[in-house]
Design a protein around this ligand. Structure first.
Ligand code: ADP
Length: 801
């Protein structure tokens, strides 16, 4: 080898090895080879096997192939790993066969360290493998991915749509909606808001919300906006208030402002919603006006009814009164017949007027149920007896069933019950030609001293077609057009009955088939009552001159009525003084004491109320209470209340029957009592007076010498006087326990005095304590005070007093 080549190879950074192919040994390695193979030339020359031992075991076959190619002088390039300690790879080498031209025996190899390049290659491959595995993974989940992507796309679409919808809702809302920053400055506003506050495009940007609120409310709004930080944690604070709002034109309008804090809205701090209340306020005012007009109309109707009632009843009183008086006279048969017809027609006319007025009263809510003890069984008998004559004429069997199972006394409204039964029995008798009419009562049971009654009115008459069975309860409705021709009637009776039954909390129904009769059926509840401690003297036992020795003052401006009344009174033995007006009545009383005053309410100069007030407040009357019976053609509840307030003892509604006048006077003068003698009929006569207390058990004591009688009277006088005061205070205070204690305290006095009216009033008072209106409480106070005063007067009159 030439010196120059040796020099060049020695300086080369690549490793070179030369071998003699014929001798099969190595002839030269350069220093770069020694460094790469980590073997010295001497070592390799002595032990050529080192060449292969340096090669990684796995690459030995490749190395042997390379050496074979070298021997065959082929061209070849190969990459091999050289081993470190154990099986570790020390480095990578690239080996290339180098042919020396012109020399057949010498072959060479050129080696180069390619470890760095190889490591990079491995890294790249690993990275590629990772990418490939991710890719594989991705392609495995591609479907899922696609689905998720689709979902995301749809959600986004929906979100966009919702956003659009919300924006459009806000934009098109009828309320004004705006967003505010933390200081209350308006950031955005919908078109309703712009319109409401008369703002032009984007003009709101310069506005603060408080500028859209009337001055008086600005403090409230600003207070909320600035003070929301102080609100307790939890629910975000909300402000809602009806207030006067203000447009940019300074015009004011009523509105409702709702303000709420919004967190997480870009830039905004509050949302304000303003509702325009102008229309609602306008409608409220219209409604109020309409209500006032309706109330005015009701008042006018009431007034009209009251006037009509007075106008028709007054002359009718004369007609009925005169007819009754004439019928008492001995008259030839023909005239009696004509008078009977007049009486029949007048009574009918009165019934019709009463029906119309009753219905109007109920519809106007002017009928309130009374709660007083009455004899249920006697009432049933009385009502039935009213139809006895007509039933006998038609050969009908009129009967009462189930009365034996009933308590004798109950507490309720006897007038309304008798009105219900009168109407139903009247119809039953009217529409039945053969068979029977039966008033049947069933006691369904007793709960808390209250009986539940099933009441049926059954007949075997013409019956009612199914399709008419509801209609007949409507006012002015009959089951057929022929009915009015054949039977007369106004179609009002059942309408009144239904309303009265409803007022009692019951319901009425009819079971019927045409030609097979009808059963009208309803339920009523009554508290079990006790007989009031009243001495019953049947009017029939009074004798014809039962008023003998009594002086009666009649104050009545209508001379026909004067005549009718005085005729009766004189017939019964009474002495009568007539006064044409209130002033005359007072003058008469000043001149001469009377035992009873019959007082018309509607009189010129001084009306009945003024007269009664003057009498009740005079010292004479306080000493000896003059009984007063009011005569009136007006049956309104208002009149009933005022007569009670002013201290009247009875109300007699014109036109009245002689028996009613008799009953009212007898009750007031404590000559008799009317319950068993005439059927109660509120529209005709109401007798309020009844002996208040019973002192008969003192009768066997010598009044002037009995210390017991004197002490009894004295103590009761004190108890009742004190109670009268205490009742008012306690009832008004609303303290139930105090009321019950006070009531309990008086119980034994009430039992000994047989003071049933006060007992009843106190139990009603207890109901008022629970849920009574102040107005009703005041009425009860007046009533109780009057009862106490009445009893005190009676006690004072007793000889032992
Ligand atoms: P009036 O009897 O004055 O016509 P009501 O309101 O009392 O008015 O009755 C309405 C209608 O109901 C009667 O006209 C009649 O057609 C029918 N009606 C009521 N009761 C009976 C009955 N017991 N049997 C047959 N029809 C009856």
């Amino acid at each position: 080898m030439s010196e120059l080549l040796t020099h060049l190879l020695n300086a080369s950074p690549d490793a070179f090895l030369l071998a003699n192919l014929d001798q099969a040994n190595f002839v030269y390695v350069n220093p770069a080879f020694e460094q790469l193979w980590q073997v010295s030339w001497d070592n390799l020359r002595q032990e050529p096997g080192v060449f292969l031992r340096t090669i990684h075991l796995e690459d030995l076959p490749k190395a042997e192939q390379f050496l074979a190619a070298m021997r065959n002088r082929e061209e070849k390039v190969t990459e091999l790993r050289l081993r470190g300690t154990g099986s570790a790879v020390r480095c990578w080498v690239e080996l290339r066969i180098v042919a020396l031209s012109g020399n057949e025996t010498i072959a060479g190899l050129q080696g180069r360290d390619i470890t760095l390049q190889k490591e990079q290659e491995i890294q790249h491959r690993q990275a590629l493998d990772q990418v490939m595995s991710v890719y594989e993974d991705l392609s495995n989940h591609q479907e899922e991915l696609k689905a998720s992507l689709e979902e995301v796309r749809l959600s986004n679409q929906q979100l966009d749509r919702s956003r659009g919808e919300i924006a459009s809702i806000i934009q098109n809302a009828s309320e004004a909606i705006c967003t505010l920053d933390n200081s209350g400055k308006i950031l955005s506003m919908n078109s309703a808001g712009m319109k409401l506050f008369r703002l032009k495009e984007n003009q709101f940007i310069y506005q603060y919300l408080v500028n859209l609120v009337a001055k008086i409310h600005r403090k409230d709004v600003a207070g909320f906006l600035l003070g929301y930080h102080d609100a307790p944690p939890g629910e975000p604070p909300v402000f809602r208030m009806e207030m006067t709002m203000q447009r940019t034109t300074k015009e004011e309008f009523p509105g409702q402002l709702s303000l709420s804090r919004v967190e997480g809205m870009a830039g905004a701090g509050f949302v304000a919603i303003v509702t325009d209340l102008s229309e609602i306020r306008k409608r409220e005012e219209e409604l109020q006006r309409a209500q006032q007009e309706a109330e005015q109309a009701v008042a006018t109707k009431s007034q009209f009814l009251s006037n009509m009632s007075h106008e028709i009843r007054t002359p009718l009183n004369a007609v009925i009164g005169m007819t009754n008086l004439l019928l008492d006279d001995q008259l030839p048969g023909a005239q009696r017949q004509k008078l009977d017809t007049i009486k029949f027609s007048a009574d009918n006319l009165l019934a019709i007027i009463n029906n119309i007025l009753d219905l109007s009263k109920i519809e106007a809510g002017n009928v309130h149920l009374e709660k007083k003890p009455f004899q249920l069984t006697a009432l049933l008998g009385n009502v039935l007896s009213m139809f006895r004559h007509r039933a006998t004429e038609k050969d009908l069997d009129l009967r009462l069933e189930g009365a034996d199972e009933l308590p004798e006394w109950v507490i309720g409204d006897p007038h309304q019950l008798s009105q219900i039964l009168t109407n139903l029995l009247g119809n039953a008798v009217k529409f039945t030609q053969y068979g029977h009419v039966c008033l049947r009562l069933k006691n369904l049971g007793l709960v808390d001293d209250c009986i539940d009654l099933l009441i049926q009115v059954e007949d075997t008459g013409m019956g009612i077609a199914t399709e008419k069975q509801q209609l007949i309860f409507e006012r002015f409705t009959q089951a057929g057009i022929e009915i009015s021709h054949l039977y007369g009637g106004t179609g009002l009776g059942l309408a009144i009955v239904k309303k009265l039954v409803n007022l009692h909390g019951g319901n009425i129904k009819v079971v019927s088939e045409p030609g097979r009769g009808a059963i009208f059926e309803f339920n009523l509840k009554y508290l079990i009552g006790q007989a009031p401690a009243i001495e019953h003297i049947p009017i029939s036992s009074l004798g014809p001159k039962w008023l003998a020795g009594q002086h009666i003052l009649v104050a009545e401006d209508n001379q026909v009525n004067q005549l009718v009344i005085s005729q009766y009174l004189q017939k019964w033995g009474g002495r009568v003084t007539l006064a044409l007006n209130g002033r005359e009545a007072l003058a008469c009383l000043a001149k001469e004491k009377a035992d009873l005053l019959l007082l018309d309410l509607n009189m010129p100069e001084m009306n009945g109320f003024e007269v009664a007030h003057a009498i009740r407040t005079s010292p004479e009357d306080l000493a000896a209470r003059l009984p007063i019976i009011v005569l009136t053609a007006d049956i309104s509840l208002e009149i009933a209340r005022r007569t009670r307030e002013v201290g009247m003892d009875g109300v007699l509604t014109k036109p009245f029957q002689p028996t009613e006048l008799q009953a009212a006077i007898a009750a007031c003068l404590r000559l008799g009592q009317s319950v068993g003698d005439i059927p109660p009929k509120e529209s005709i006569a109401t007798v309020q007076s009844a002996p208040l207390i019973d002192l008969s058990f003192l009768a066997h004591e010598d009044p002037r010498n009995s210390r017991f009688a004197q002490e009894f009277i004295r103590l009761n006088l004190i108890a009742l006087t004190e109670f009268s005061e205490q009742y008012a205070t306690t009832l008004r205070s609303g303290q139930l326990a105090a009321y019950q204690a006070m009531r309990h305290h008086l119980t034994s006095n009430l039992v000994l005095l047989h003071f049933d009216q006060l007992k009843l009033a106190l139990s009603q008072g207890e109901e008022l304590m629970v849920d009574g209106l102040p107005k009703d409480k005041e009425e009860s106070i007046t009533h109780v005070q009057r009862l106490c005063l009445g009893a005190v007067k009676l006690l004072e009159k007793h000889p032992a007093a």
